[in-house]
Structures are given as C-alpha cells and as structure tokens.
Design a protein around this ligand. Structure first.
Ligand SMILES: [Zn+2]
Length: 462
C-alpha cells in the first residue's frame, strides 16, 4: 500500500474504533449491558422494586464503569493522542468512576483489579461487600454503582479476558439471545462475608464452565484451551490462538456464536444470583433518602478549594459541548501573586476560556449532585467575573429524573458584558418526576475569560 493510502486506511480504522467505542473492540461492551438488563428482569418483583430507581443506569452505565476508568477520559485524541480524533467526554469524572472502582488511574491511588481470572475472584468479593455496605447505609445509588462494577468483573470472567484473541471476538450477534427464561436466582449466603466468599467460588466455577464449553471448538481449530491459555499468558494476542479463533469464525461461525451466547447466559445466572443476594442483605423496606436540610449550603466543594491532586476540583467535571473544539479551556484557577486575583474567596475559582460556539461547562458530578423530591424549593447563587468576554454566560440549576436526564432547568440571567464579580441567582421548584439536582456553569461563543466562584444551593420554604 502506498503511504498516503495507508494513512487514509489507518485514520479510517481509528475513526471506526472511536465510533464503535474502545470497549466493544476489546471486550464485551454490548453484552455487559444486555446481561445486566436481563439479570434485573430475572429478579423476584420485591427485588426489582428495590433496585427500580437505578435499574436503567445499572444496565446502561454502571456495569461498564471498569472499562471507563481510563486516564484518557476527558482528553484529546480518542485515547491515543491522535490529533485527528476528537476529545473523549469525561465520563470518568462525570460519575466519579474511579471512586467506585477504588482505583484512580491519574493519581495512581487506590487498588484496582485486572479484568481477568484469578484476580476477578477477589474483585467480585470486594465490590459485593461495597454494594452491601452502601445499601445498608441507605445509599441506593452508590449501592447500584458498586453492583455495576461487580457485574462487570463477573461478566468479564465469562468472556475469556485471559485469552484475549477469544475475548475480542467473542460476541453475540444480537443481545436478544441473552436470556434464561424461568431461572430463579438464589441466595449465596446469609451474611455479607459468607455470600461474598460463595460468590468468588461461583465465579471460579463460571470460568471453568465457559472453558469447558469452548474447549471442543478450540481443539478442533488446532489449539486446545490449555495451550491457548499458556500462549496468551506469554503474549496477549498470540498469533496461533488468534489464527485458531479466526478459523472458527470463518469455518464454524454458528457454533462459535452459540458458545458465546451460552457463556453470556451462564454469566447472567451468576449476576442474577449475586444481585438477588445483595438485595436480600439490604434493609427492608428500602430507606427513603434523608431530605435535605433547609437554609444551609448543600453544594460540595462550593468554592473550588478542594482537589485530590489532578487539578480538577473535587465534585466537579468539565462538560465539553463541542468535542472537536481545539481552543476552549476549563481550568481550576489559582489566585496569582498580582494585585488582581480572579477568585472571590479563598485561593481558587474555576475558569472557562476561549470557549467555542457550542459552549463549555463546569458541572457537578453525579456522586455530588443533590437528591431532591418533587415540590421542594431551591435557590441557587454563584459569583461570576468576566474579562474580554464576547459570548453569553449563565448558570443553571438542572433537575433530572432517575435516568439522569434533564426534566427542567432554571437558568440565571445571561451575562454578555465584561464586569467585576457579580452575584447571579435562580430559583427552582422541583418538578414531578425529578429526583436529582445539579449546578451547571456555562459559557458559549466566548473568546474571553469567565471565572465562577462560591456556588450556593439552599433549600427554601418557597
Ligand atoms: Zn472489562
């Protein structure tokens, strides 16, 4: 291939990778969602009601957390610093995924687990315990997110991550084949510890089961499973194993697909048992979230003073509304040594600079968003300073439903001119169907700079 042709094919290949997502290329992306949704369906109705407010996000988002805990989230170049590719949305900080996974890949803090056996046996025990503890403390959302992480490790265990050439092509054509009608989930133990240990054994059996299921096919293709495991332990994608898998794909596609489907459904049974057990150990009836106290500032890290070391203030993340934009900057601003210090109080504020037409935002992450009830009233305020501003700047209180989609938004007055610190204020009555409230700090089409500081959200009588 000529160099130009090669370059084009390479860029196109990278584009395809980006469009279908890194996860689906290297793992069981759609299957994670399909197995999780099917596991919730298998639950007895009491369990299903318990997890109902978080069920859709468990299947859509939480079960993928470990595959989104990458340091490149929010950064340029499709994960590979490729200048032709857009920015990744910062999903990792949007959900504080590193908190739920227990490992921060930017700060290199905490403890993570590889997505393969035997480490997954320990991982599932750990996240099972975290899920039960969160639910016992009445924190349903946190519990559901830990369940998502636990699910991911169960699901990866049955998808041959330890034999990468299989893992990467072990997909079902359609998610509809993922169901085990009539399966009744059973409890794995009466205490957290007993059940967590039983789950680890259950996942060990799952790995054995999936290996036995695929063994005859691999032997047929010329590389028995034990040999495939040994080869891939030495080299992630060993050519002989990759060759055998490619052969199966072309010569026995139906058999290979049917094995992938059976393994997905075996994972489904384990997930259903694990979820049922977590919910059995949770307090009944489900504790209602404690209502917010009136007349105090409910915003976490409201003056942007706290940061764990990654230069993004804790509890906040950047919303890139134009992923292809190359100039906009969102910065954690530090008061300088000059007489002019664009911070309202303390040493820090947040800055939006050189912002494209589609806009750029600082948003509260979901872990620190406020749990609210319909009919409650909130007042939000923020201080804003602009310099050489050309665009429009505002802030908003956004109310969202259980699918974390906006229901309503109370927007402040729009600032278009330059000015020193001024206080903006909005009021919001939580509409029916909303249960989350978060603050959004926004500017768009702005070649100048905007600083925000001292955010406040207070629950009011009316
Ligand atoms: Zn994974």
């Amino acid at each position: 291939m000529k160099i130009r042709q090669f370059k084009f094919v390479y860029i196109f290949f990278l584009y395809v990778l980006f469009v279908i997502g890194i996860e689906s290329t290297y793992g069981w992306s759609g299957e994670h969602n399909g197995i999780t949704a099917a596991a919730v369906k298998l639950l007895p109705s009491e369990d299903r009601n318990y997890i109902a407010p978080e069920a859709s996000m468990l299947a859509k988002e939480y079960c993928e957390f470990p595959d989104q805990n990458w340091p490149c989230m929010g950064e340029w170049g499709g994960g590979n610093a490729d200048p032709h590719l857009p920015r990744f949305p910062d999903t990792r900080r949007e959900w504080d995924i590193s908190f739920y996974c227990g490992w921060d890949p930017v700060l290199q803090k905490g403890k993570g687990y590889p997505h393969r056996p035997p480490e997954t046996f320990t991982a599932v025990q750990h996240y099972f315990g975290k899920a039960v503890e969160a639910l016992q403390a009445g924190r349903l959302s946190d519990g559901a997110r830990f369940i998502g992480v636990m699910f991911h490790y169960i699901q990866d265990s049955g998808a041959f991550p330890h034999v990468q050439p299989i893992h990467r092509s072990f997909h079902t054509k359609s998610l509809d084949v993922i169901h085990v009608d009539g399966y009744v989930p059973h409890s794995l133990g009466r205490t957290k510890e007993e059940a967590a240990a039983a789950l680890a054994e259950r996942v060990r059996d799952l790995v054995d089961w999936t290996e036995k299921r695929l063994a005859p096919l691999l032997a047929d293709a010329g590389v028995p499973i034990d040999e495939a495991k040994k080869l891939c332990a030495k080299e992630l994608v060993h050519a002989r194993v990759a060759g055998a898998v490619a052969k199966l794909h072309t010569e026995k596609p139906a058999e290979f697909e049917s094995a992938a489907c059976d393994c997905a459904n075996e994972c489904l049974r384990v997930c259903a048992d694990a979820l049922h057990t977590v919910l059995t150990l949770a307090p009944h009836p489900r504790p209602e979230p404690v209502p917010n106290a009136p007349d105090i500032n409910l915003v976490f890290n409201p003056s942007f003073e706290e940061d764990d070391g990654d230069r993004v203030p804790d509890g906040w993340y950047v919303g890139w509304l134009d992923l292809g934009d190359r100039s906009g900057r969102a910065e954690w601003y530090r008061a300088g040594t000059h007489w002019d210090k664009p911070v309202k109080t303390g040493q820090r504020s947040v800055l939006l600079l050189w912002v494209p037409d589609k806009g750029l935002e600082w948003r509260q992450d979901w872990r620190h968003a406020l749990h609210v009830n319909d009919g409650e009233n909130y007042q939000g305020t923020v201080w804003i300073k602009t310099r050489a501003a050309t665009g429009t700047t505002w802030f908003a209180l956004q109310s969202c439903d259980t699918a974390y989609q906006p229901v309503d938004s109370a927007k402040s007055e729009i600032i278009k001119k330059d000015g020193d610190w001024q206080k903006l204020s909005v009021k919001l009555r939580v509409p029916k169907g909303a249960c989350w409230l978060r603050v959004i700090l926004h500017t768009e089409g702005n070649s100048g700079a905007v600083w925000f500081d001292d955010v406040e959200v207070v629950k009011t009588a009316e």
